[in-house]
Design a protein around this ligand. Structure first.
Ligand code: GLU
Length: 422
């Protein structure tokens, strides 16, 4: 079995990059050494072997991970990612990001992440289901409604969560609250699927109000056209913004007058790439999409796409991180020096886990909210988090990233101290 590992970005692995952001905030808030030591590593890291007999009779042995970074503020929470580069270092970084994200959103959760090192594009539906069930069973002893609650992430969706929940429930009894991001028919919350991309737009609307911006007519570029990118593009277009370019794994499409987002979504929903869409466009490479002239750039694919090598070429005035850790620390400094604002991942994409929190509470109460209540509560939480960050950034004269991490770190540190961990 060959296990790919993520290539470092600007010489840093994903975990080292996130650690640098945390260390900067730890210095800024004067975090005590004992608490820093606890927050500097994961509570638990589980590596499992997930063998699969493939449809053609061959054997695939996938590596799976669940990293529980910190649970001082509540049960571990975070998604499951199926990707060849979802190695232990990447999953560790993503678990730590979840600790800061849930704290910044003031949700009663800690942070975790799971990864299965496979490329689901090469798996049949039966293979995907079998792998998911085996993965769920191999992790089930460290999961649970009040222990650790998985959710969708890159290349996983409501159907995968349904299989995961069913396998878990088969062993532990009916447990819809043990997994979020489920189909509505199985206890999923209306609004959850849209919540990450929609939440990103709520954050942007809060920013626009605070900065006196008008989102109508703004030129937007969305890199990555999965769950987050499609919902963000759709909602931004509805607000009158002009989505001039989007990209996915197949390449990028550009139209200076604005692309037709719903036609792009139709193509992608039918299994195609945005480059197959019949919305009028010219084709661009993924790299060209990132450096297009625009007002708002939404990286919504994988980590490490804006680096020391291309940060000087970014022409957006605002970067909103739909993906987790899309901007390397070196790039972050370059962008800050150039006056490009960045709304960091732990704020910008926090709508997903906030929606998961609503789903979890509803499952525990065996009650279902209507979608408009879900969206009202989502907007309210994200507005509050955005304003906390903006105020902190103004009073401490620091970037939104440093402000976000500082607020989160102080909250988690208080919980660590109160629990008597140190
Ligand atoms: N995978 C999403 C994230 O990175 C959502 C996690 C969740 O809902 O638990 O925030």
């Amino acid at each position: 079995m060959t296990v790919e590992t993520t290539a470092p970005t600007d010489g840093l692995t994903p975990d080292a990059a996130v650690r640098l952001y945390v260390d900067n905030a730890a210095r800024a808030v004067g975090l005590e050494d004992d608490v820093a030591q606890v927050l500097g590593s994961s509570y638990r890291e589980v590596t499992v072997q997930v063998p699969l007999r493939r449809d053609d009779g061959s054997l695939l042995v996938a590596q799976g991970y669940r990293v529980q970074h910190n649970g001082a503020r509540g049960p571990y929470k975070g998604g499951l990612r199926y990707h060849p580069e979802a190695d232990l270092d990447e999953v560790r970084a993503l678990a730590s990001l979840m600790t800061w994200k849930t704290a910044l959103l003031d949700l009663p959760f800690g942070g975790a992440k799971g990864g299965l090192q496979v490329d689901p594009r090469h798996l049949s539906e039966r293979e995907l289901q079998t792998l998911t069930r085996k993965f769920a069973l191999s992790l089930s002893h460290v999961l649970g409604v009040y222990r650790d609650i998985p959710a969708p992430d890159v290349n996983t969706n409501a159907q995968v969560m349904a299989w995961f929940m069913d396998a878990y429930s088969g062993r532990h009894g009916y447990s819809p609250a043990a997994v979020t991001g489920k189909p509505i028919d199985l206890g999923g919350a209306p609004g959850r699927e849209a919540a990450t991309g929609r939440g990103l737009v709520y954050v942007l609307e809060a920013a626009a109000r605070r900065w006196g911006w008008d989102l109508a007519g703004r030129r937007v570029v969305v890199q990555g056209f999965g769950n987050v990118g499609t919902w963000a593009a759709r909602d931004l277009e509805a607000l009158g913004a002009r989505v001039v370019a989007v990209s996915d794994i197949g390449g990028g499409v550009f139209n200076d007058n604005g692309l037709d987002v719903s036609r792009l979504i139709e193509t992608v929903a039918a299994g195609g790439s945005v480059v197959d869409s019949d919305t009028p466009h010219t084709k661009l490479s993924n790299d060209e999409v990132l450096t297009l002239d625009c007002d708002i750039l939404v990286p919504a694919a994988l980590g490490g796409c804006i680096t020391g090598a291309n940060a000087a070429d970014i022409r957006a005035s605002l970067v909103v991180e739909g993906a987790n850790h899309p901007v390397s620390p070196a790039a972050d400094e370059i962008l800050a020096d150039r006056g490009v604002r960045v709304i960091p991942d732990i704020l910008a994409n926090g709508g997903g886990v906030t929606g998961s929190y609503f789903e979890w509470t509803q499952n525990i109460q065996q009650f279902q909210w209507k979608e408009d209540r879900f969206n009202t509560e989502l907007r309210d939480r994200l507005d509050r988090a955005f304003n906390d960050v903006a105020e902190y950034s103004e009073s401490h004269e620091c970037t939104y990233r440093l402000a976000s991490y500082s607020i989160a770190l102080e909250r988690v540190a208080r919980a660590v101290r109160l629990r008597g961990y140190v």
